[in-house]
Design a protein around this ligand. Sequence first.
Ligand SMILES: Cc1cc2nc3c(=O)[nH]c(=O)nc-3n(C[C@H](O)[C@H](O)[C@H](O)COP(=O)(O)OP(=O)(O)OC[C@H]3O[C@@H](n4cnc5c(N)ncnc54)[C@H](O)[C@@H]3O)c2cc1C
Length: 467
Amino acid sequence: MTSIASRINQLDGADLEALRAGVSGTVVTPDHPDYDTARQILSLAFDRRPAAIVRCEGTRDVAFSVRFARDRGIPFAPRSGGHSGMGFSSVDDAIVIDLGGMKQVTIDPVERVAVVQAGTTSDDLAGPASQYGLALSTGDTGSVGIGGLTVGGGIGWMVRKYGLTIDNLLAATVVTATGEVVRASEYEHPDLFWAIRGGGSNFGIVTDFTFRLAPSGMVHGGAIVLPATREVLRGYIDYAPRAVDDLTTMAFLMAAPPAPFIPESVVGQPVLLVGAVWTGALDDIEGRDAALAPLRALATPIADTVEAIPYPVMFAYTAEGTQRHGAALRMLFADDLTDAQLDASIDAITHSTSPMSMIQFRGMGGAVSRVPSDATAFPHRDVPLFVAAIGIWVDPEDDGEAHRAWVKDLWTHLAPASRGAYVNFLQDDGEQRLPEAYLDRMERLRQVKAKYDPENVFHFNANIRPE
Ligand SMILES: Cc1cc2nc3c(=O)[nH]c(=O)nc-3n(C[C@H](O)[C@H](O)[C@H](O)COP(=O)(O)OP(=O)(O)OC[C@H]3O[C@@H](n4cnc5c(N)ncnc54)[C@H](O)[C@@H]3O)c2cc1C
């Protein structure tokens, strides 16, 4: 039997010509001047050398690449925004099917529907949508790819009002494991449509998504920066999941960054930076202030920048996340945290190994919790809190070990609170926490996997094995 390595080497010959001839996009191999750029993803922690990167220009290129790789037994991995923390979208000796250039966005402002190619980022979509007074509930960072974000769920700045990204998905075009192109919706391949809403990239490569948009192109948004005390943290986690739906917040326990709105004397001190988006009527300042009052009352704010903004401006608060960096990450969904866990979090951030590291607390609830539990593959509908410890480094020479140890140490305190995990944040402890990510829907996901990908060709992911 020919080894995978020798099959990949065949790419140097006639097969490579066949691949190039079969797609409209560019095929970047190690001899190509763009190879070192094309093989990179956001994370600094991976220095992988794919056999080829196919820069797809459309669904046809994706389908051809899948068939090409499958016929030759060559492993392949899709990539959209390249933000996989596990390096799943740049794999040694595999063919990377890169949808990053597929960024077409078509908005119907009357029907409030957008058809979005998978390489579009949250930023790419938010700008044009905002110009029509519309928005999609995506993540917290503008550069994350809609492709990877959506198939995992999508939890961001509007989640309490408009639900997860998948809760706004009407249909998708999917290239299956055999290279067939199918439509997935409530009416076509409904089992596949169920699975791609939270089941990750196990079932096919989505080339475009049809989303319902929300009438929130302008919002009141900004940051309320508070001192990092146990009382403030307690007040935040008690209030955030129970606020009115129009208020979505994420709190970052971190060393105060050198941002223009942070007094110089506070930079470097531990703070709780609460990012807030109010989606109520723009002129309802009273309603907005009533929603924000419990946060503002937790302590005298160090800074408060909440004001009317175009929604895409919110991504400026997480812009550092768009620079290449390494990240150690562990997350949990929780009902509550004990005082000891809050103290451990403050202690950890006070002694963190990097000024960029953070512990995120996000209030869930609202619209997320009103979608019927079995409607999608995402099972954590009733959970109030999302907590993530993230150790971050930016020096390419840093091996990340100190930051991984920092996260692991904090995790010994936080882990007992876990009642679930989010597949898009599974990382350092990935594989063994898959059952926590899917809870009671593992069985059904395995059945859909067995139907659409019985040979598990889509396995560079949080992998659901066929039944
Ligand atoms: C800085 C940062 C901030 C983040 N913030 C949030 C947040 O606020 N909320 C949130 O929910 N998540 C967040 N995430 C997690 C993010 O949603 C996941 O990492 C997501 O998988 C990234 O998608 P991508 O397309 O950018 O990445 P890629 O690396 O391209 O892909 C990630 C995974 O998805 C698969 N995949 C990619 N494209 C497709 C496709 N078209 N069809 C099927 N499978 C595909 C890949 O094979 C890979 O397994 C964040 C990540 C980072 C790095």
